[in-house]
Design a protein. Structure first.
Length: 53
């Protein structure tokens, strides 16, 4: 950590939340980018996987 190009996210949980929400709204955001709808268990599993790398 920190994560993202600008160091704005401090934890993997924050990164997962960012992508689960579909990123930040901006005029250049592709309309195909949408919230993921991950469950708490799925988020936890992704974090465990990433920490194992």
């Amino acid at each position: 950590s920190p994560y993202m190009h600008d160091g704005s996210l401090r934890t993997l949980a924050e990164v997962i939340e960012f992508y689960d929400r579909g990123g930040r709204a901006n005029p250049s955001l592709d309309p195909k980018i949408r919230p993921l709808g991950l469950t708490p268990d799925e988020k936890a599993a992704i974090i465990v996987f990433l920490e194992a790398l």
